[in-house]
Design a protein around this ligand. Structure first.
Ligand SMILES: N[C@@H](CCC(=O)N[C@@H](CS)C(=O)NCC(=O)O)C(=O)O
Length: 206
């Protein structure tokens, strides 16, 4: 699946050695069994490489001689290829809205706060005040169905799994009162191609 040695693969996804903002794309690629080069930049090499990338940030996708930046644009590009973007224009928009809503939460996490006490306080506030709203919004979408949008899995379900994994590091059990969303985690995680990816991927905290 991930072929870091092969120079002929159509997709080179460049990011750091962590899940972070590349993991949603990696999930989509894994589910659809689309081969890609999983290029991971070491932090020690980043200062010298940084100026060569668009907006000097990662992830970046190299495809057909084009450099594509922005993690969600990259993931949406793959979701369309994989048939995971939604089955109608409205479903696509619903999946987009869910992905953006999940992403908004990740942007509020004070990743760069160096004062550890303040960081914990900010994270606690986020989980106490913002997360209940997000969980209730997701539950309303899911209702008693198997997937967040329509009758089939979309990239929104995959992003829920990605965000759940990260949020569980920050606050274990944060979604334990949401049985439907917890079941969705199991449903997504038991997709064989994805389970393989999760088992084989390089370990990282975030
Ligand atoms: N909106 C961009 C944000 C990209 C971003 O913030 N990348 C971070 C890693 S998550 C980065 O490149 N940090 C290194 C730096 O800015 O020097 C996206 O979603 O791709």
């Amino acid at each position: 699946m991930t072929c870091s040695a092969a120079g002929m693969l159509p997709y080179k996804l460049i990011y750091f050695n962590m899940r972070g903002r590349a993991e949603l794309s990696r999930y989509i690629l894994a589910c659809a069994e689309i081969p890609f080069q999983d290029d991971r930049v070491e932090w020690k090499d980043w200062p010298s490489l940084k100026p060569s990338f668009p907006l000097q940030q990662l992830p970046v996708l190299e495809v057909e001689g084009v450099e594509l930046n922005q993690s969600l644009a990259i993931a949406r590009f793959f979701a369309k290829e994989a048939g995971l973007a939604g089955n109608s224009r409205l479903e696509e928009a619903q999946a987009d809205a869910l992905v953006e809503s999940l992403n908004d939460f990740t942007l509020l996490i004070p990743w760069r706060e160096e004062d550890q006490a303040l960081k914990k306080q900010k994270i606690d506030e986020l989980f106490d005040c913002y997360m209940p709203k997000l969980l209730s919004f997701l539950e309303k979408h899911l209702r008693d169905r198997d997937w967040l949008v329509g009758n089939a899995m979309t990239w929104a379900d995959l992003y829920w799994h990605v965000c759940f994994t990260t949020c569980s590091v920050l606050r274990p059990g944060f979604a334990s009162q949401s049985p439907g969303l917890s079941a969705l985690i199991d449903r997504v995680g038991s997709i064989p191609q994805l389970a393989r990816w999760i088992q084989d991927r390089p370990a990282s905290e975030f």
